[in-house]
Design a protein around this ligand. Structure first.
Ligand code: JFZ
Length: 436
């Protein structure tokens, strides 16, 4: 009898811990081993590239508004006309190693590729269809998902994948019964044939055919294929309450209050109002994008920059220039972004800027000064921390000896504006006696 009771008890404990584990995985992802690479990496790149990169925002001579990758929908292009794009897809300048080198030189630690967008076109050698993928339908006939994965591994870059789960205009996701085995089969290919995948990004969960039970089944299916993988929230991507991280996607940002808990990735465009390349869309300024990245880090969020390469497989020159600026800034100041957290309380600055804190060592903070105060030209930092050491990360910028005062447990640090400062952000490193 006793052993029966014991067995029963063990069973109950097992069931309870299973339920607790299931419901708490979103919270635990903030500290779990699975998400460690994500928390350390802080910055990545995502690529939107496919058949839609050929018209690049123009159809029948007209500029088509909204996202370039939505052109089939926004210009009401027939299936027959859209399919013709596949016969033209022959990006002779595509070189996976060059793309990954550009990402790496820009300071990016992970690389996410859109394997299948809403047009349903597959950029890998899928066996789930024989007419709507890069091998069977284009003259190019190269497995792009594989080439990029190999290039990432050579460079030590983490490889991540985007897959439009809830929306497919080619194999209609509205016919759920038929579509489900199709996309489950495709996810199996992507997660088993292409080496280790850092994260999987689901999309289309905002469509009417998508529901919560599909999302839960999908998440469990993917975790069974790869127990280490992390994913965005498959129920609602602008939330971090399910799955492993939420997305602060440009144009669909969650409210600030939502960003205070959970893991997050902020995604930003380099061209206005498009992810896929558009020949006529305006470009953003590097300074705004880099400050957006710093702001994300100051909120403990990752930052992922979106690039839409051109139809020939090359990056637009404007994108290259932006990436060069990221690389230049991160090369000197990366210490203040990688392996840091944000949400620093107990520290205030009197100018426009942000604060991050090292996760590698105790008691090291980074103050990112955007604009120096114009009135008295000195940055003042007040904190409870017993700061003793103040330096600038950029060796080309020299500051006068800062004034450090400590009164009633409050440290006040005054730093005079240097002759030359970084026009994006000058990073000041603060250390206390407790730093190690
Ligand atoms: C989606 C895609 O539609 C878009 O093309 C791009 O791939 C981006 C990364 O993700 O964007 C959204 C996001 C949210 C909604 C619509 C499109 N929404 O809530 O309606």
């Amino acid at each position: 009898m006793k052993t029966v009771k014991k067995i029963k008890l063990i069973f109950v404990i097992l069931i309870i811990s299973f339920v607790v584990f299931q419901s708490s995985h979103a919270q635990s992802s903030q500290t779990s081993a699975r998400s460690r690479w994500f928390r350390e990496a802080r910055v990545g790149m995502i690529i939107h590239w496919g058949l839609y990169s050929i018209p690049a925002g123009i159809w029948n001579g007209k500029q088509i508004p909204y996202y370039g990758e939505w052109i089939k929908d926004r210009a009401s292009i027939s299936n027959a006309d859209y399919s013709k794009l596949a016969t033209q897809f022959n990006p002779e300048k595509f070189n996976a190693d060059e793309w990954i080198k550009m990402a790496s030189d820009a300071g990016m630690k992970y690389f996410c590729f859109v394997t299948k967008h809403h047009d349903g076109f597959c950029l890998w050698d899928t066996k789930e269809n024989n007419d709507w993928n890069v091998i069977d339908a284009t003259p190019f006939k190269r497995d792009i998902v594989k080439e990029l994965g190999d290039a990432c591994r050579k460079k030590g870059m983490i490889y991540a994948l985007y897959y439009s789960t809830g929306l497919d205009w080619h194999y209609p996701s509205t016919n759920w019964k038929a579509y489900k085995p199709y996309y489950f089969g495709q996810l199996k290919e992507l997660l088993t044939n292409y080496g280790k995948i850092g994260y999987l990004w689901f999309d289309g969960e905002w469509t009417p055919q998508w529901n919560d039970s599909e999302a839960v089944e999908l998440y469990n299916y993917v975790r069974a294929l790869d127990p280490d993988i992390i994913t965005n929230n498959p129920k609602k991507k602008s939330s971090s309450t399910y799955g492993d991280f939420g997305l602060d996607e440009e144009n669909y940002s969650p409210p600030d209050s939502a960003l205070r808990s959970g893991l997050w990735e902020r995604d930003r465009l380099v061209q206005f109002n498009t992810w896929g390349y558009k020949s006529w869309a305006k470009w953003k300024k590097s300074v705004d994008l880099i400050r957006d990245m710093i702001d994300a880090a100051s909120l403990s969020m990752n930052f992922c920059i979106n690039i839409g390469p051109m139809a020939d497989g090359s990056f637009p020159p404007e994108a290259k220039a932006i990436l060069k600026d990221f690389g230049g800034w991160l090369k000197v100041n990366g210490e203040a972004i990688y392996n840091t957290t944000g949400n620093v309380k107990n520290m205030k600055i009197n100018c426009e800027g942000r604060i991050t804190k090292s996760e590698l060592a105790n008691s090291i903070w980074y103050v990112h000064v955007f604009n120096w105060p114009t009135n008295d030209s000195s940055v003042t930092i007040t904190t409870y921390e017993p700061i003793t050491n103040v330096t600038v990360l950029d060796p080309r910028i020299s500051i006068k000896k800062p004034v450090i005062k400590r009164n009633d447990g409050v440290t006040t640090i005054m730093i005079y504006k240097p002759k030359t400062s970084n026009s994006i952000a000058t990073v000041i490193k603060l250390q206390s006696k407790n730093s190690k």
